[in-house]
Design a protein around this ligand. Sequence first.
Ligand SMILES: Cc1ncc(COP(=O)(O)O)c(C=O)c1O
Length: 264
Amino acid sequence: MPHTYLHAFTKPSRSEFLTMVRGEGARVYDSNGKEYIDGMASLWYCNIGHGNKEMADAIAKQVTTLESYNNFDPFSTDITDVLTDKLHSLSPMTDNRVFLCSSGSEAVDTAMKLARLAHVQAGRPERTIIISRGRGYHGTNFGGTSAQGLPLNKIGYDPLVPDVTQVDPDDIEALSVMACSSGQSWIASDRMPRALAGDSEVQAHMGLLGKDTGLAMQAAQEVGFVGLLAPVAAATFAQACDQGWAERDDAAMLAFLRTHLNQA
Ligand SMILES: Cc1ncc(COP(=O)(O)O)c(C=O)c1O
């Protein structure tokens, strides 16, 4: 019989767990009394150690004074102002503001929203693309799920947040190609940068290595690479393949396409 409690990142049918019941500094104990050294500080969030009395006393004092109050206009709380001023003073940046939330996932989603909002406020609402690195973990909300570079964590949740794409974390060229390309606002999937970065599997899929223009166009359409299809005719696309992709020369291919896009 599965537990009522639905655990994160766990097979839902799992019924047996290692139940932790107590902690003391860097040590934790399970329900059988077995002791463990918590080298990971749980999931890296308990660096001050378990069962910390100073923290417990501070929490108890605050909870019995004012446990919480909302921060929507016009409200604030004295302790929130103290905490955010303290965080600000510890930060290397001098002109920052502090937004409080309850998890890294919320922080990532909020950062993505603020990044887009900043462009809207600056009069550039078309700048929506968010680039993250492959293999990165950015949490469990929709923004973080869209931004993370761990494919297994993304399966089953489509459609994810649009215009969020990943680059190869070890290839700085892939990032620069992506950055140049996004200026043309024709990147619509994560397969394009992989193709540009020389991923032969993706290139082959797109019919580029075989110079199969028809298949390449079809594949491009499938992966949402539609921005290119409108201004660049099939013949031009074939020429681009000849000039760049087939030789895996991203710079030549990009320069060629850019010229044609600008002329279109
Ligand atoms: C880089 C990064 N972003 C987001 C998160 C998600 O944080 P949380 O588990 O608090 O939602 C993590 C958690 O490990 C993280 O390492």
